[in-house]
Design a protein around this ligand. Structure first.
Ligand code: UD1
Length: 432
C-alpha cells in the first residue's frame, strides 16, 4: 500500500498551476459519447476517476484516443453496448452520468449503481424522478439502474434539493428529448455550467445553467466539438487553505477567482491576505489566523468538498469555530484522525466544535475519503515532525500530481510503499 510521508513545518511558497475540474470532466467525458462525431477535450485532469470513466466508455465501444495526459479525443459513433457494469465503475460517483447520456441518445441504459466517497447515504431518487418525468421507466435490480423509454418528452421538473448529479444527468437526457424541459431548483455549481456549455458546443440547446431554472430544448442529434474544461475550484481551494495553514505565500495560477469567492471570503475573514488577478489568486498568511463559523451550502455557498480542509485550518487558528455540514451526513469522520495530531474538536450531530490549538504534531493517520485525505496531508504539512497518511488511493482519485505540486512549493512530502522501512529512513535522512 502506498502512503504519503510528510515532514511538516515548512511554509508553502512559490507558484502552483491548477488542473481541469474533476467533477466537470466526469460529466463532459460521458456527455461526449452522445455525439456521433469526434469530440476533443482539453484541460482534462490526469486523475484516477477520469481514467476509470474513460476505460468504461471505451468498454462500451466509444473510441478514446489520448493525445497527451490532458487531452483526449472521444468518438461515440460506434457504441455497441448499453450496459456498463465493471467493478471499477462501481467505485466512482460520476458513473451515474452514463444513465442520462445513454438514455438520452439510445433511450436505454443499464448501469451499475454509483460508488464514490462514503460521506453519506447519497440517494439518487432525484435522478430517477427526472428520468421518469421525461417518460422513462426506471428500475433498480441486482445493483443496477435499468432505464428505458419509447420516447423521451420534455417536462417541467422540480428538484427537491439542488443535486449536482441529478441536474447534470437530467440535463443530458433532456438534451435529446422531444420538446422543452425546464429544471427548477437545479444545482448551480460551476461544473453544471461547464457541462451545459460543452453540450451546447455539440449542438444542444440549454439556457439558464447556473441560474434558478435551466431550460432545455431537445435536439435530434449532437455533433463533434472542441472544448477546454474549467479549472478545478476544489483543487485550487485546497492549495489556498494549505498555504494559509503553513503560513506560506503562493500564487495559485489557472483559476477562475469568482468560483473561489466563498473560500476567499472565509480566508479574509480569519485574517489571511488574498489578492485576485484575472486567472490567479495570491494567498499569504504571516500570522496565526483567527476563528470563524462555516456552514456548507450548495454553490455559491461554502462547498462541502472544502469542509474538511477548512476545519483543519480552523483547528490551527485562534479561538473557537463551528463548522456545520449540511449536505452529507457522515462527512466529519476525519475528525478522529485529526485528533491524533492534537486537534481539539468535538462533534455533535452534523457540527464540529473546534477549539484552535497552537500546532499539530505529526502522527500516523488514514485518509477516510478524497477531500478529508487532502485535509490530512494539509495537517501534516503544518504539523511539527513526521506524518504518515495512508489509504491515499482516495486522494489520487481527485488530485493530480499532488505530492509533486506540494514539493514544488517547498513542502517536504514523498509517496512511498508503507511496508518499505528503507524508504521511510531515506526520506527522513533527506529532509533532516
Ligand atoms: C457531487 C460531487 C461531490 C460534491 C457534491 C456536492 C461529483 C462527481 N461529485 O456529488 O464532489 O460533494 O456534488 O457539491 O460531481 N440528494 C438526494 N437525492 C438525489 C441526489 C442527491 O437527496 O437524488 C442529496 C444528497 O444526499 C446530498 C445533496 O442532495 O445531501 C447533494 O448531493 P449531490 O449534489 O447530488 O451530490 P453528488 O452529485 O453525489
Amino acid at each position: 500500500m502506498k502512503q504519503y510521508i510528510i515532514k511538516g513545518g515548512t511554509p508553502l511558497r512559490g507558484e502552483v498551476t491548477i488542473g481541469g475540474a474533476k467533477n466537470a470532466a466526469l460529466g463532459i467525458i460521458v456527455a461526449a459519447i452522445m455525439a456521433n462525431e469526434p469530440v476533443r477535450i482539453e484541460n482534462l485532469p490526469d486523475v484516477d476517476d477520469v481514467r476509470v470513466l474513460l476505460d468504461a466508455i471505451e468498454g462500451i465501444g466509444a473510441i478514446v484516443e489520448r493525445e497527451d495526459a490532458h487531452t483526449v479525443r472521444i468518438n461515440g459513433a460506434l457504441i455497441n453496448a448499453l450496459s456498463v457494469d465493471e467493478d471499477a465503475i462501481r467505485k466512482i460517483r460520476g458513473s451515474y452520468y452514463l444513465v442520462g447520456a445513454l438514455l438520452g441518445k439510445y433511450k436505454k441504459a443499464l448501469v451499475a449503481l454509483p460508488g464514490g466517497c462514503q460521506i453519506g447515504s447519497r440517494p439518487i431518487d432525484q435522478h430517477i424522478k427526472g428520468f421518469e418525468q421525461l417518460g422513462a421507466e426506471v428500475t433498480i435490480h441486482h445493483g443496477k439502474i435499468d432505464a428505458k423509454a419509447e420516447t423521451l418528452r420534455g417536462e417541467h421538473i422540480y428538484l427537491d434539493c439542488p443535486s449536482v448529479g441529478a441536474t447534470i444527468n437530467i440535463m443530458m437526457a433532456a438534451c435529446m428529448a422531444e420538446g422543452k424541459t425546464v429544471i427548477e431548483n437545479p444545482a448551480k455549481e460551476p461544473h453544471i455550467v461547464d457541462v451545459a456549455n460543452f453540450l451546447n458546443s455539440m449542438g444542444a440547446n440549454i439556457k439558464g445553467a447556473g441560474t434558478d431554472a435551466i431550460r432545455i430544448r431537445g435536439v435530434e442529434s449532437l455533433h463533434g466539438s472542441e472544448y477546454s474544461i474549467i479549472p478545478d475550484q476544489i483543487e485550487a481551494g485546497t492549495y489556498m487553505l494549505a498555504v494559509a495553514a503553513t503560513g506560506g505565500d503562493v500564487y495559485i495560477q489557472n483559476v477562475i477567482p469568482k468560483h473561489l469567492e466563498a473560500i476567499t471570503a472565509k480566508l479574509v475573514e480569519i485574517g489571511a491576505v488574498v489578492e485576485e488577478f484575472d486567472d490567479c489568486v495570491h494567498v499569504r498568511a504571516d500570522h496565526r489566523l483567527s476563528y470563524a463559523n462555516v456552514k456548507t451550502m450548495p454553490y455559491p455557498g461554502f462547498p462541502t468538498d472544502m469542509q474538511p480542509q477548512m476545519a483543519t485550518l480552523l483547528a490551527l487558528s485562534e479561538g473557537t469555530s463551528i463548522v456545520t455540514e449540511t449536505i452529507f451526513e457522515t462527512r466529519l469522520k476525519y475528525v478522529s484522525e485529526l485528533r491524533r495530531m492534537g486537534a481539539n474538536i468535538a462533534v455533535e450531530g452534523n457540527a464540529a466544535f473546534i477549539t484552535g490549538v497552537d500546532g499539530f504534531s505529526g502522527a500516523k493517520v488514514s485518509a477516510p475519503d478524497l477531500r478529508a485525505g487532502a485535509a490530512l496531508v494539509m495537517a501534516g504539512l503544518a504539523a511539527e515532525g513526521f506524518t504518515c497518511v495512508d489509504q491515499i488511493q482516495y486522494i489520487e482519485r481527485g488530485y493530480e500530481n499532488f505530492e509533486e505540486k506540494i514539493r514544488s512549493l517547498g513542502g517536504q512530502i514523498d509517496k512511498i510503499d508503507s511496508e518499505d522501512e528503507r524508504a521511510v529512513r531515506k526520506f527522513k535522512m533527506k529532509v533532516s
